[in-house]
Design a protein around this ligand. Structure first.
Ligand code: NAD
Length: 355
């Protein structure tokens, strides 16, 4: 490999992957293309420069911005509107133009110029109502699936790739599922080499956590900087559950794919922290208190938003069976890494994340 392009390269995932790639593949030119739409992305640019990643201001909605890059060996497609709540009560234009039309431009770019594609899809391709219909039991601090319960695509080990796809999933989820289908067609028609990772919640340093996206970082930041927080939806008691993946664990997987690309099919694969790395919001509050040493009164907003789900845990056994990958970093390590970053960059981050 000589050249790698990371679209959305000034975002949370893109910038972390770009910096790690440059560290480990120093002989490669690593390019980060981003339109800097996300608040805070411009603040990442000095970090990219300091690590030898070349920034290009560009927009995947414009094919000419991609053409200007020239051929690359690997395209990591991380540019997106990443909020599941986008479009509700507003225009669908940006999420569709960026996540779908932008992806088509990326596909055309790779078809014409060559190179391998790695696409970051999402667990939000799984539809909302069937996820809400899972038989969840309420325990003291969280919702759970009982060990004896299971159905097509789900069990106490989480949601796997065979979870039925019928139903609505948000514009964000629909844009990503459409993208997955198009990638598979390009693979079949044009021999495009691609991997699709259906990621659950990812977290880590350099994430600009918001209510819409990046809840792990938001929770720690608000504890440390003493900003407002509320348990939202499902009665406002904070019992909804997610698994969390450290962005460095995602990078470990990327390295496996770079080293042995032929092992990975174009079929979408679930990636996430898995059953060993789950937290409810209440439990995240407890962890945040322990790691920051700060307590916080947390409000309650019982109303559930249209795209909210009460439970999602990644069953990543398909991927583990394929290549041996599994997350290596637990929730305490993740929280400690994030808090270290929040403390080290307090002057810049408190105005952005403090509320
Ligand atoms: N963070 C997560 O928990 C998570 C989970 C599942 C999937 N993903 C996927 O991972 C990818 C990266 O997410 P993230 O968390 O880093 O989000 P992010 O918002 O931090 O980064 C996205 C970056 O893309 C840029 N961008 C947006 N539209 C663009 C466009 N049209 N052209 C060029 N750049 C554009 C933004 O400015 C931003 O810097 C996304 O595709 C997202 O759907 C993220």
């Amino acid at each position: 490999m000589k050249r790698i392009l990371v679209t959305g390269g000034a975002g949370f995932v893109g910038s972390n992957l770009a910096v790690a790639l440059k560290r480990d593949y120093g002989h490669c030119q690593v390019l980060a293309l981003d339109n800097l739409r996300r608040r805070g992305s411009e603040w990442i640019l000095p970090r990219l420069a300091a690590h030898g990643v070349q920034f290009m201001h560009g927009d995947i909605r414009n094919p000419s911005d991609l053409a200007e890059v020239g051929p690359v060996d690997l395209l990591l497609e991380c540019a997106a509107e990443p909020s599941v709540h986008t479009g509700y009560g507003g225009s669908p234009a940006y999420v569709l133009e960026s996540n779908l039309l932008g992806l088509i431009h990326c596909l055309e770019y790779v078809r014409q110029q060559g190179g391998r594609l790695l696409f970051l899809s999402t667990s939000r391709v799984y539809p909302i109502d069937p996820l809400r219909a899972l038989p969840l039991q309420e325990e003291e601090s969280r919702l759970v699936i009982a060990p004896q319960d299971s159905g097509v695509g789900w069990s106490a080990d989480g949601i796997n790739e065979s979870f039925p796809l019928a139903g609505n999933r948000s514009l964000y989820g629909a844009s990503k599922l459409s993208a997955e289908l198009l990638i598979a067609e390009y693979a079949a028609l044009y021999g495009l080499s691609a991997t699709i990772l259906r990621c659950g919640v990812i977290a880590g340093p350099w994430q600009m956590g918001k209510v819409d996206q990046g809840v792990f970082v938001l929770w720690l930041a608000r504890h440390l900087y003493q900003g407002p927080l509320s348990y939202m939806g499902f009665g406002g008691r904070g019992k909804q559950v997610r698994d969390f993946l450290h962005v460095d664990d995602l990078y470990d997987l990327l390295r496996l794919q770079i080293e042995a690309p032929d092992r990975f099919p174009v079929t979408p694969l679930n990636v996430g922290g898995g059953p060993d790395n789950t937290l409810s919001l209440c439990e995240l509050s407890r962890l945040a208190r322990e790691v920051t040493g700060c307590s916080l009164a947390i409000g309650s907003q019982p109303q559930t938003r249209a795209a909210d789900i009460p439970y999602y845990v990644t069953d990543h056994r398909c991927l583990t069976d394929l290549c041996g990958w599994r997350p290596q970093r637990n929730m305490v390590t993740l929280a400690e890494d994030v808090v270290r970053w929040l403390v080290d960059h307090r002057g810049q981050l408190q105005p952005l994340l403090g509320g």
